[in-house]
Design a protein. Sequence first.
Length: 69
Amino acid sequence: MGRNLKGVVTRWVASRGYGFIQPEEDGKEILVHHSDIGELYELNEGQKVEFEVDETLPRPRAVHVTLVD
């Protein structure tokens, strides 16, 4: 894991507990799971977030996700 990135939630599938974040830098969507957003449990499309990327998993995933004002 590395530096904090900023991005926007592009999709959230509440019934399945996951979604996708589009980082500001490269635009390639990153998977986010409800277990990585703390007490929020779900996100909404268009929300701005800050996160790290865990690349040790089979597919890169956003972790330590927090909302940004």
